[in-house]
Ligand binder design. Structure first.
Ligand code: CU
Length: 148
């Protein structure tokens, strides 16, 4: 096989494997039917509903604030220490208080790196007392691939 053919083959295989990855990615409701609310243990949920994969989509569902519902939001915390302490400094806002209604807030896991999600309400109280936090490292290969 000449260099040109080899390159063509490489491009075809690379394209095909990208298609496979996107076809088996899952959309996952965070907390299942519980949605995103105070007092549900999301770290236990993440352990029993993982592993998650690169290209999966997480959906956070929470009602916009009203007379019976506390506001929530979604942050990515800076590192593992921030995660342990529910420390919001340096955190990145993923979704504010109003975007979790209806179809919910969608977040595509697009990198092979640790993710530290938390609700940032009341300066970490929802994260600490309300257990609104979970962390994971997504697996970087396709869900249906076999590895040995
Ligand atoms: Cu909250």
């Amino acid at each position: 096989m000449g260099y040109g053919q080899g390159l063509t083959m490489f491009v075809l295989v690379a394209t095909a494997s990208m298609l496979v990855v996107s076809s088996t990615a899952k959309t996952i409701d965070v907390g299942g039917s519980e949605g995103w609310h105070f007092g549900f243990n999301y770290s236990v949920w993440a352990l029993s509903n993982g592993p998650f994969y690169v290209n999966d989509t997480l959906v956070f569902k929470y009602d916009p604030p009203n007379s019976t519902t506390f506001p929530h939001n979604v942050f990515l915390l800076k590192n593992f220490w921030s995660y342990l302490k529910c420390n919001l400094s340096g955190a990145t806002l993923v979704g504010n208080e109003t975007v979790g209604g209806g179809e919910g807030l969608k977040f595509v896991i697009n990198k092979f790196k640790p993710y530290y999600f938390a609700c940032g309400e009341k300066n970490g109280l929802h994260c600490n007392e309300g257990r609104m936090k979970f962390a994971f490292i997504p697996l970087p290969f396709d869900r249906n691939e076999t590895h040995r």
